[in-house]
Ligand binder design. Structure first.
Ligand code: 0WK
Ligand code: BGC
Ligand code: BGC
Length: 863
């Protein structure tokens, strides 16, 4: 019986795998797609083969990308994507990036999209009229640029005959006619205002120009949206449809038509044929129907129907809703939990297995779409490279404007890893350290806990989001155990921005209060001080603050020994600071207590930083070559010398300009919790200003610094209730978000937090490869102790970080160990040693006043 069920399940699984396998394209198949696309690109360019080419390679009469001399005020229409937008754009010269835009989004009802051409253009003109009213510009005769996202045979920059409708459009009496003429006639019909239509461009061309305005290397425009298409700058001599051989012209490939001559039938599945058969334009746009947002949901639905019919899903029960075309939208392919609720909304009573299978189907379909676009893009990039007779081509593809600069390929991440590795070496080198940005500070901690630590300690934990005081008891009954009690104390802004003495008096007061409550006033317990700022140590209990970071800015402390300052403040409390540690060191020690392999400590919280155990012989600033010492890298300052300028965005620069320490901690400002929410807010403001969000609504709350917090980013990225949270948070900011807005904001949050996880994976990767090289072992096995509110609170962060680290450092087995109890325990471990060292010194001084008793190794170990 059991075997029969198991066999049935196994064969069902095999059937599902076989179905999904038809969507898995091998590298060979992708190379073939690339080669076939290349053939079609060439056929589209040549006069004699153009008529039968499936990729039409339409001339656009755009001869170059922007050069910064552009200026003026223009109207623009954007028709053919998800939304119809009317915009007014003001371009100022000189200051390269000075573009102001106001826009309004209008719906295009289905009956208009599929009505008569006249109705469609009348509707467009009505929207323009409403916009001009709204902007009070009815009487200004502005030049107009028309982004028309459909294939047009252009004979000039302002002349374009519609070749054929695509996507959801099917208005009559338009195909074969000049679109600009149709718009001019509609404006005349309305007889309310006059406009000068000076240009018609495809949306791919508009995207390339928009991005090229910021990045001159941009010579390709890609749209992966409702439809799919690409344009690029081609050499005039290769465009046989247009006179002239000099210079370049942008060609709108219309690659959506690829496959219309049956040359990709080998990879088209029966589901693709179903979707094509049921579309508005069967036989047309075959490539688009395998890659773009308008069709992916439909492909998934066809697969689900087939699997259900074969009894492999939903217990073979097909609901009316599942039979409904277009019911499964491309946006529906979200988190597993959401799959369940989406299936419920389709009346499908799904099991957990069903949801997993549905998610697999979604993954297979979207992965194939991305791969096919990648193969097509590779053909275009290769064409450009050959046009230029180059072996290697550096080029930018304009996609969604604000975010693509925040996505890094593994290649880029490896490059950042190499840059950070170089900075580590600079920091360790005696002669290069003074100019190094990554200071690689010696901590005088020589190993992780060895189980011998014991005693009763006080630990102060200052610098993270909370100031905490702990009592840590380390005892050795049967095995070493640690008991901890702690209390959190305020660090009000006026204290952390006031004078240093006030700050340390505040710490002393809190300590007094804590000792009172713990009834340890007369106990003279040794104190370990976790101080989460860059300090130059000369020994465990001597540390000079180099510079404040994060929210702290107390005066009279930078350049001073913080132990002296604190000891002065706590003098009358009868306790003694035995050791100062950075929170990364405390975290490594805390985790080292449980896992002897732990040799790296990382904080991803308000701030960010890492420490690790380095070979003493590599640390030029400390005497000796034997053994290891923990190095506090202070990686937050990575890039302070400009090494990261190529990946910093305008938003990063704005954050830095508005920070307490401009020009400093640039890496920290790109990745840590103190700045992430603000980064997202700045992007949202810019997108709203450009009408891409909230219908251009900008509220005082949205404009207020700090109003969008990092905890909001974490909440919005929660897979289940993320979008609801987005609505809540954005509503509180007064921007009345639409559902699309919420999805877009969730997307922005994901890109920003993903970038942070990727960048930290790159710098951590550099530390791991260094450890591996230090050990001269083919494979590194290690544990990374980790703490910090961003890492702990953000729903996807840890998973993304782990995944990227494992991709970037494949020759390693890394265990990530979360420090459950904070760095206090770790600080106590170090204090235990420091106390023993002090006792030992007293003893030696007492026994051997000249202090040298030849037990160098022990001394080495502790000092
Ligand atoms: C908890 C540690 C503390 C560290 C903090 C960092 O006990 O030493 O400074 O994590 O995370 P944050 O509180 O800044 O998010
Ligand atoms: C159209 C293209 C357009 C693309 C993206 C396709 O259906 O044919 O002209 O660029 O969609 O919007
Ligand atoms: C500080 C580091 C600290 C990190 C995490 C940074 O701003 O410079 O010393 O380890 O924040 O708290």
């Amino acid at each position: 019986m059991v075997t029969a069920v198991a066999q049935r399940l196994a064969s069902q699984r095999k059937e599902i795998d076989d179905t999904l396998a038809t969507f898995a394209l091998s590298p060979t198949q992708l190379q073939e797609v690339k080669a076939k696309m290349r053939v079609e690109l060439e056929r589209g360019l040549k006069k004699d083969t153009h008529p039968t080419a499936s990729v039409k390679m339409l001339p656009t009469y755009v001869y170059r990308t922007p050069d910064g001399t552009e200026r003026g005020k223009y109207l623009a229409l954007d028709l053919g994507g998800t939304n119809f937008r009317v915009l007014v754009v003001k371009i100022r010269t000189g200051m390269r990036n000075s573009v102001r835009m106001y826009n309004k989004i209008y719906a295009i009802p289905l009956e208009i999209m599929q009505g008569t051409g006249e109705e469609l253009f009348d509707h467009i003109v009505q929207c323009i009229s409403d916009f001009l009213d709204y902007m009070g510009m009815k009487n200004t005769r502005l030049p107009l640029g028309f982004t028309f996202s459909f294939p047009c045979n252009q004979t000039g920059i302002d002349k374009g005959d519609l070749v054929s409708w695509t996507k959801g459009f099917k208005a009559t009496d338009c195909e074969g006619y000049d679109v600009v003429d149709m718009l001019r006639e509609a404006i005349k019909r309305r007889n309310e205002f006059d406009l000068d239509i000076v240009a018609i461009v495809n949306d791919t061309v508009g995207t390339m120009m928009t991005c090229a305005y910021e990045d001159p290397k941009c010579q390709i425009g890609l749209i992966a949206g409702t439809g799919s298409n690409v344009c690029y700058m081609e050499e005039m001599k290769n465009i046989e449809l247009v006179e002239g051989d000099e210079g370049q012209m942008c060609v709108n490939t219309e690659w959506g038509g690829f496959g219309e001559n049956d040359n990709i039938e080998d990879i088209r599945t029966r589901y693709d044929r179903e979707v094509d058969g049921g579309s508005l334009n069967p036989g047309k746009q075959r490539f688009e129907k395998m890659t773009s947002g308008m069709y992916l949901g439909e492909i998934v639905r066809q697969i689900l129907i087939d699997l259900t019919k074969r009894g492999l899903l939903f217990r073979g029960r097909i609901t009316e809703r599942l039979k409904t075309k277009g019911i499964f939208e491309t946006n529906d392919r979200l988190a597993l939990l959401q799959v369940r609720s989406i299936l419920q909304s389709l009346g499908l009573d799904s099991t957990c297995d069903d949801s997993i299978i549905v998610k697999e189907v979604c993954g297979a379909v979207s992965r194939r779409a991305a791969q096919l676009c990648g193969a097509g893009m590779a053909a275009v990039v290769d064409k450009i490279r050959e046009n230029r007779g180059l072996d290697h081509l550096e080029i930018t593809v304009g996609i969604d404007k604000y975010l693509y600069a925040m996505r890094f390929s593994d290649e880029t991440l490896r490059d950042i890893m190499a840059r950070f590795r170089r900075e580590m070496e600079n920091g360790l080198g005696g002669d290069t350290n003074p100019t190094a940005t990554v200071k690689m500070l010696p901590t005088f901690v020589r190993s992780i806990p060895d189980g011998s630590e014991k005693g009763d300690f006080i630990a102060l934990d200052l610098g993270g989001s909370n100031f905490r005081i702990l009592r840590v008891k380390v005892s050795h009954e049967k095995k070493q155990t640690v008991q901890m009690e702690s209390q959190i104390y305020e660090t009000p802004e006026d204290i952390i921005h006031g004078s240093g003495s006030r700050l340390f008096d505040h710490v002393a007061e809190c300590l007094g209060d804590f000792m009172e409550k713990q009834k340890i006033k007369d106990k003279k317990l040794p104190v370990g001080f976790t101080f989460s700022f860059p300090c130059a140590h000369s020994k465990l209990d001597e540390a000079v603050l180099l510079t404040w970071t994060k929210r702290f800015k107390a005066s009279g402390v930078e350049g001073m020994d913080v132990v002296k300052l604190l000891n002065k403040a706590i003098k009358k409390r009868g306790v003694n600071i035995m050791a100062v540690v950075n929170d990364t060191v405390g975290t490594m020690m805390t985790c080292g207590f449980d896992d002897q392999r732990c040799e790296v400590g990382i904080i991803i919280g308000t701030g960010t930083n890492a420490c690790y155990m380095e070979e003493l012989r590599h640390i030029d600033m400390v005497e000796g070559d034997e053994g290891r010492m923990c190095i506090n890298t202070e990686w937050g300052a990575f890039g302070d010398d400009g090494t990261l300028e190529d990946i910093r965005t305008e938003f990063d620069r704005e954050i830095d300009r508005g920070s307490l320490n401009p020009g400093k901690q640039l890496f920290e400002k790109m990745v840590s919790g103190m700045y992430m929410g603000e980064l997202v807010r700045l992007i949202l403001v810019k997108m709203a200003k450009e009408g891409l969000l909230f219908e251009g609504r900008i509220t005082p709350e949205l404009l207020t610094k700090g109003k969008f917090e990092t905890k909001h980013v974490s909440a919005i990225e929660k897979s289940k209730e993320g979008l609801t949270k987005a609505k809540e948070i954005l509503t509180r900011l007064g921007v009345e978000p639409s559902e699309d807005d919420c999805i877009a904001v969730q997307h922005v949050c994901a890109i920003v937090s993903f970038r942070s996880a990727n960048l930290i994976a790159a710098t951590l990767g550099a530390i791991l490869t260094r450890l591996k090289d230090n050990k001269n072992s083919p494979r590194l096995r290690t544990t990374v102790g980790i703490d910090g509110s961003l890492y702990k609170m953000h729903p996807q962060y840890s998973r993304r970080l782990h995944k990227t680290v494992r991709r970037l450092v494949p020759e390693s087995d890394v265990r990530f160990l979360l420090s459950e109890s904070g760095s206090g325990k770790g600080a106590a471990m170090v204090t235990a040693w420091a106390s023993r060292l002090t006792q030992y010194r007293h003893m030696t001084l007492f026994c051997f006043p000249d202090g040298d008793l030849g037990v160098k190794s022990f001394n080495m170990q502790l000092s």
